[in-house]
Design a protein around this ligand. Structure first.
Ligand SMILES: Cc1cc2nc3c(=O)[nH]c(=O)nc-3n(C[C@H](O)[C@H](O)[C@H](O)COP(=O)(O)O)c2cc1C
Length: 392
């Protein structure tokens, strides 16, 4: 696997762990992924819910908790760390500023078009900050809108872009009908985005790596999407079932116990569909039941808090803590593939072995032809024997 280069930032492995809220990816998971050679990402969304005074001082609690988690992660690794921010939250600018002040290596901006930049960044200047800024999009068209806007207004373009396809976990930037009809493929999205970015790369004389996310679960998925022009992958669900993931054991067990058909779509109060694992809570909200709640502050710009059937931040935080009766687990469409809880380093090793297996199978298949039968020659274990010492 080639390293991932984002400007002057070199990442040993082209793997970004997706930021997962609420309180699923904090310093524990992020530092473990960074130590294993990828980019470990802390999710900032409603992160203050982990603080005792969130209900009274929500904005301060969010800022404090984010700063604390970044510093804690930094104390656990010298690797590359990121923060995931949702453009759709009301304290987006404040959290963005905290991440910049803490000199985080990477900021990924999802759930909305990042057209507004914090004053702190505008005053300092993009080229003066250490931090790489990476929008997450669901189409080449959205990438074009962002890059055109930044070029015109900031005379600067983002450092990379994440393209997230329809199989991802969490909120999805697609219409529910597109998701149900299975009309869109990540491969096509990657190819289209790579194409759209070419003119911006030329104009600004800057390489902009495209990173693919959504349904990347095994090493062969990484191999196949890198062939389409992606320079890295973003993976969320695969890292949930690790010891280091910051969620409760009950949360992780929902992944181990679910079947493919349990992974379903919900309507989120964010105004987007979301992918989650079916449980009683999900069935009830999908049937139209409401879950009365007290809104302490309007954390999401688009949330009509008096009329939405439930509070998504509360439901996700309950689930992260193991209270599955009053919440649910977001999950990508491949989450059912999890069979055990393991360490991040073993997960990464497994991904690398499977990546090389896919690569060498393809070589052999091209060389020997369609009659190539890898299992007959037990090529997997042969390859593993050869690769493991090199990788470890
Ligand atoms: C449990 C869970 C929580 C997530 N929370 C967030 C979030 O807070 N913000 C965000 O931008 N993406 C979120 N995501 C999306 C991930 O960052 C990542 O892009 C996605 O999981 C990739 O798809 P995969 O799960 O198929 O690997 C979440 C995904 C999961 C599974």
């Amino acid at each position: 696997m080639n390293p991932l280069r984002i400007g002057n930032l070199n990442v040993k492995l082209p793997i970004i762990q997706g930021g997962m809220g609420v309180a699923i990816s904090l310093s524990g998971l992020a530092s473990a992924v960074a130590n294993a050679g990828g980019i470990g990402v802390i999710s900032a969304v409603a992160i203050g819910m982990t603080e005792p005074d969130y209900m009274k001082n929500y904005k301060e609690a969010n800022k404090r908790a984010l700063r604390k988690e970044i510093r804690k992660a930094r104390s656990l690794t010298n690797g590359v760390l990121g923060v995931n921010l949702m453009v759709a939250v009301n304290d987006y600018e404040a959290l963005f500023t905290v991440a910049l002040e803490e000199k985080i290596d990477v900021i990924i901006l999802g759930a909305g078009l990042p057209l507004k930049m914090p004053q702190y960044l505008l005053e300092k200047g993009f080229d003066q900050t250490h931090t790489k800024i990476i929008p997450k999009v669901s189409s080449a068209k959205a990438a074009k809108v962002i890059f055109s806007y930044w070029a015109k207004n900031f005379n600067h373009i983002p450092d990379a872009v994440v393209v997230e396809g329809p199989k991802a976990g969490g909120h999805l930037g697609f219409k529910k009908s597109d998701l149900i009809n299975n009309d869109i493929s990540l491969e096509t999205l990657v190819e289209e985005t790579v194409e759209v970015l070419k003119s911006f790369e030329k104009e600004f004389d800057k390489e902009v790596p495209v990173i693919a996310g959504g349904g990347i679960y095994e090493g062969k998925d990484i191999y196949n999407i890198l062939k389409k022009g992606a320079k890295g992958v973003k993976m969320g669900s695969r890292f949930v079932t690790t010891n280091e993931c910051d969620a409760s054991l009950e949360f992780k067990k929902t992944y181990l116990n679910c079947k493919e058909e349990d992974i379903t779509l919900i309507n989120s109060p964010v105004g987007l569909p979301g992918r989650a694992i079916r449980n009683n809570f999900v069935d009830q909200i999908n049937e139209g039941q409401t879950k009365p709640f007290k809104c302490y502050w309007k954390c999401l710009k688009s949330c009509d808090s008096k009329n939405v059937p439930y509070c998504i931040a509360q439901a996700l935080h309950n689930a992260a803590q193991g209270n599955m009766a009053e919440g649910f687990a977001f999950a990508g469409s491949d989450a059912y593939k999890a069979t055990k809880i393991t360490s991040v380093s073993d997960t990464i090793l497994d991904l690398r072995l499977d990546y090389y297996r896919a690569k060498y199978f393809e070589y052999l298949k091209n060389f020997i032809g369609e009659n190539f039968k890898p299992v007959k020659f037990n090529v997997p274990s042969l390859l593993e024997g050869m690769l493991r010492p090199q990788i470890v």
